[in-house]
Design a protein around this ligand. Structure first.
Ligand code: AMP
Length: 296
C-alpha cells in the first residue's frame, strides 16, 4: 500500500509506503533512472535534529527517503519500547515540509517476518559507553539498519553525531561489509538553551529539564578548557563533571575517546570526543562534544 501526502513545495508530493515490496518497486525504478538516493532512518517523534538530517540528505541526493520505525530489537527488556513517543501524523507533515520524497513506515511484522533470525554485530565499537548499559542495543541497530539498507539501496545515509557511538558502529559496519553507501555524520542540533534535542526530552519534568542543562554546560566547560590549551583528559572530564555534581547528577559514563575509532584517550591529541550519558530522573540522556577536529 502506498499513498501520496501533500508536500510544501508546489507540485510535489511525499509518497508513504508501509510495504517492503512496493517501496522496493518504486525505488528500483528511480535507481534505473540513475537518481541518487539519500536515506535517513529514524524512530519518529521527529524534531529539528532529525530534520537537519533530511536537509543533509537533500544536499547530497536527488531522492530523499526517510523511515519511521520504532525498532524493538534495539530496546532492552526493561527499556521504554512500549511508551516510546509516537506521532506519525506530526512526522508525516514535518517530513513533507522538509522536502522528504518518500517515507517508509513498516510494521514490526513487515521488517521482521515470522522466522526472521539474522543478526548483525559490530563487535568492538559496540563495547563500552552505551554498550555497557545496553548490551544488545547496537546489535539491534546494526541489524535494522542493514535490513533497511538492503531495501532502500541508498547511495548516502545520514546519521546524527548526537548518537556518536551509533554513528561509529554504523560506519564500521559499512566499511567492514564493503557496503556501497556513504555514511554521513550530521552535527548535533541543540535547543536554544543548549540541551541536545532528543525524542526522549518529552519525558523530562520541568525541574529535570533544568537539571539536564548541566550536561551541555559541562561539555561547554570542557571545550573552553580545551580551547585554552588543556590537553589532559582527566582535567577535561573534571570540568564537565563539576557541572553535573552541582545539580546532583551522576554520569553513567563521562569519557574522552578517539573521535575516529572510540578508543579511550588519556590526552586530547588529534580529534577526540568527550561523551556523556546520564540519567536525569528516569530519562537517560546522551550528549557529546568533538574537540580538535579540523573541519569543526
Ligand atoms: P532516533 O529517531 O532517535 O533513532 O534518531 C534518528 C537519527 O536522528 C539518528 O541518526 C540520530 O543520531 C539523529 N538525531 C537525533 N537527535 C539528533 C540531534 N539532536 N541532532 C542531530 N541528529 C540527531
Amino acid at each position: 500500500m502506498w499513498e501520496a501526502v501533500g508536500n510544501s513545495s508546489p507540485g510535489t508530493t511525499m509518497l508513504v509506503f508501509d510495504r517492503v515490496t512496493t517501496l522496493k518497486q518504486h525505488l528500483r525504478k528511480l535507481e534505473r533512472q540513475g537518481l541518487r538516493i539519500g536515506f535517513v532512518p529514524t524512530m519518529g517523534a521527529l524534531h529539528d535534529g532529525h530534520l537537519s538530517l533530511i536537509a543533509q540528505a537533500r544536499a547530497r541526493a536527488e531522492v530523499v527517503v526517510a523511515s519511521v520505525f520504532v525498532n524493538p530489537k534495539q530496546f532492552g527488556p526493561t527499556e521504554d519500547l512500549a511508551r516510546y513517543p509516537r506521532d506519525l501524523e506530526g512526522d508525516r507533515s514535518k517530513l513533507a515540509s522538509a522536502g522528504c520524497d518518500v517515507l517508509f513506515v513498516p510494521s514490526v511484522e513487515e521488517m521482521y517476518p515470522p522466522g526472521f533470525q539474522t543478526e548483525v554485530e559490530v563487535t568492538q565499537a559496540s563495547q563500552g559507553l552505551c554498550g555497557a548499559a545496553r548490551p544488545q542495543h547496537f546489535k539491534g541497530v546494526t541489524t535494522v539498519v542493514l535490513r533497511l539498507f538492503s531495501i532502500v539501496h541508498p547511495h548516502v545515509a545520514v546519521f546524527g553525531e548526537k548518537d556518536y557511538q551509533q554513528l561509529t558502529v554504523l560506519r564500521t559496519m559499512a566499511r567492514d561489509l564493503g557496503l556501497d553507501v556513504e555514511v554521513i555524520g550530521a552535527p548535533l542540533v541543540r535547543e536554544p538553551d543548549g540541551l541536545a534535542m532528543s525524542s526522549r526530552n518529552v519525558y523530562l519534568s520541568p525541574e529535570d529539564r533544568q537539571r539536564a542543562l548541566a550536561l551541555s554546560r559541562g561539555l561547554r566547560q570542557a571545550e573552553a578548557r580545551f580551547a585554552a590549551g588543556e590537553r589532559r583528559g582527566a582535567a577535561l572530564v573534571d570540568a564537565a563533571q563539576a557541572e553535573l555534581s552541582q545539580v546532583g547528577l551522576t554520569a553513567e559514563y563521562l569519557e574522552l575517546r578517539d573521535a575516529e575509532n572510540l578508543e579511550p584517550r588519556a590526552e586530547a591529541r588529534g580529534p577526540v570526543v568527550l561523551l556523556v550519558a546520564c540519567r536525569v530522573g528516569a530519562t537517560r540522556l546522551l550528549d557529546n562534544v568533538i574537540m580538535g577536529r579540523v573541519s569543526s
